[in-house]
Design a protein around this ligand. Structure first.
Ligand code: KIV
Ligand code: ZN
Length: 513
């Protein structure tokens, strides 16, 4: 069985998706989970793109030791230097440099000739090699590049010291046979190609990212790149959970596989969805809510007689057992802490105490606490950022009756520590809350998207709200959970505002140092 390395780019290509903005604590939490999922390489961000990305990549490189941590860089010395400052803490410092090689990109975006592109690529790889033992070089838009030019540039960057060559289908244009053929062409024509790792990176614009990636492996790729839940630019990247499960389930056919911990898939997928606020489509392969649901009578009958009639993947394979009831109102701190540890959380005593308080408050309202509830609660505690003054919800009250105008009264503590109160109406309860909050936060808010979902099952399930908005012209996303969806909505709204405030403060701090 040939081992295929898994390169996860949820925190870089995935984070580039419209509407996602993760803070450092959230990125670190996802990186830790990716380590448990057993990704071979984690692309933690693009250090030179912003102060926030730099900090997150550095923190992840300092913390994660079970996976190689990398960061993206353009082919310029300043990007490579900045990346080194963030990535030098890794066990095996790894950088990912890219440069476009297709005629379209070279002419219109880079405004460079092919000769110039080869020179820049070689120079940047040589420069990176001065510090980094591992240098991945990507030919952006490789699939739409001239195959012979690709052979030439790849040959030169290997000579310059690249250790991995990545050939992306940047715009998701390839079909499986075409994408596979590109790998075969390079394998057959580039001297020394067997000394480096070959990597596949597919986008999903035509829905073929996973199939294309498998075709690349069949034609010599040693590494696959993708994201959890298929997040990514436009239609996203290849979904890693689908790839890993496909290779496992069809091991009768494939002579290769990954070392992904399949039973960490469900949790990884849920965490990414929870923190990014990107819902998973119900019928999504492997991790969708309906992926194991059998609706028609004939299917249910078949399942009862013999599961394999209609089930090729078991929920247990991907670690789907989180709806079990695990704790209740009378559970003590000890049992709570043990469960937190069993779920993989490493929380300080102080954070356990805070989480336990939140658990008790929830257990007072909700009789039975499931693993899903606990996971959300503990994650929320884990991702608390360092204390910075932001808006805090004190109370929310809504008056609603059919035939009357919904009115919300809300009080918050401002970042300056003042108690602010307002009331306002709206055409519905949520709009009344949003209108009131907009007055309180003193800025122009334009709501772009709003969603409420339940966590777990049952009438008393927690409600999660996700709000996507622009605040003073900048886009931001917020999320929060509560047992009441109106409270969750108010908290998610403030969470979006607070993220923006924290980002602004970080930016102005970065300018002063
Ligand atoms: O899709 C792409 O080409 C990329 C590169 C930066 C590797 O994400
Ligand atoms: Zn990409």
């Amino acid at each position: 069985m040939r081992k295929i390395d898994v390169f996860d780019t949820t925190l870089r290509d995935g984070e580039q998706s419209a509407g996602i903005n993760l803070n450092t604590a959230e990125k670190l939490e996802i990186a830790r989970q990716l380590e448990r999922f057993n990704a071979d390489v984690i692309e933690a961000g693009f250090p030179a793109s912003s102060q926030g990305d730099f900090e997150a990549v550095k923190k992840i490189a300092q913390t994660v030791k079970g996976s190689i941590v990398t960061g993206l860089a353009r082919s310029v010395k300043s990007d490579i230097d900045t990346s080194w400052e963030a990535l030098k803490y890794g066990e095996q410092p790894h950088i990912h440099i890219f440069l476009a090689t297709s005629p379209i990109h070279m002419t219109h975006k880079l405004k460079k000739t092919p000769d110039q592109v080869v020179d820049i690529a070689v120079e940047s790889v040589k420069y990176a090699k001065k510090n980094f033992p591992l240098v991945q070089w990507s030919a952006e838009d490789a699939f739409r590049s001239d195959p012979d030019f690709l052979v030439r540039v790849v040959r030169e960057v290997i000579k310059a010291g690249a250790t991995t060559i990545n050939l992306p289908d940047t715009v998701g244009y390839a079909t499986p046979s075409e994408y596979g053929a590109m790998f075969r062409h390079l394998k057959e024509n580039v001297p020394g190609i067997d000394r480096v790792k070959l990597s596949a990176h597919c986008h999903n614009d035509l829905g073929m990212a996973v199939a294309n990636t498998i075709a690349a492996i069949e034609n010599g790729a040693d590494q696959v790149e993708g994201t959890i839940n298929g997040l990514g630019e436009r239609a996203g990247n290849a979904a890693l959970e689908e790839l890993a499960v496909a290779l496992h389930i069809r091991k009768d056919k494939f002579t290769f596989g990954t070392d992904v911990k399949l039973d960490e898939i469900k949790r990884t997928s849920q965490l990414v969805s929870q923190l990014t606020g990107m819902a998973i489509q119900a019928n999504k392969a492997v991790v969708g809510k309906n992926a194991f649901a059998h609706e028609s009578g004939i299917h249910q009958d078949g399942m009862l007689k013999e599961r394999t009639t209609y089930e090729i993947i078991t929920p247990e394979l991907i670690g789907e057992n989180s709806t079990q009831i695990v704790l209740g109102k009378h559970s003590g701190r000890h049992a709570f802490k043990d469960k937190a540890i069993a779920l993989g959380f490493e929380l300080s005593d102080e954070k356990i105490t805070e989480a336990f308080k939140a658990f008790k408050a929830l257990a007072d309202k909700k009789k039975e606490i499931s693993e899903d509830d606990l996971y959300v609660l503990l994650t929320d505690q884990q991702i608390q950022e360092e204390e910075v003054p932001v808006y805090e919800l004190k109370s929310v009250q809504v008056q609603y009756g059919n035939g009357s105008i919904p009115t919300a009264s809300v009080s918050v503590i401002s970042p300056e520590g003042d108690l602010l109160q307002e009331a306002s109406t709206g055409s519905g309860s949520v709009e009344a809350i949003c209108n009131t909050l907009e007055r309180l936060v003193q800025g122009k808010v334009h709501l772009l998207d709003y969603r409420v979902t339940s966590i777990g099952k049952g009438r008393d399930a927690l409600g999660e709200a996700v709000v996507n908005m622009t605040y003073n012209g900048k886009s931001t996303t917020g999320r929060d959970v509560a047992q009441d969806v109106l409270e969750a909505s108010a908290k998610a709204y403030l969470n979006a505002i607070n993220r923006q405030l924290v980002n602004e403060r970080k930016r102005s701090y970065a300018k002063t140092v």
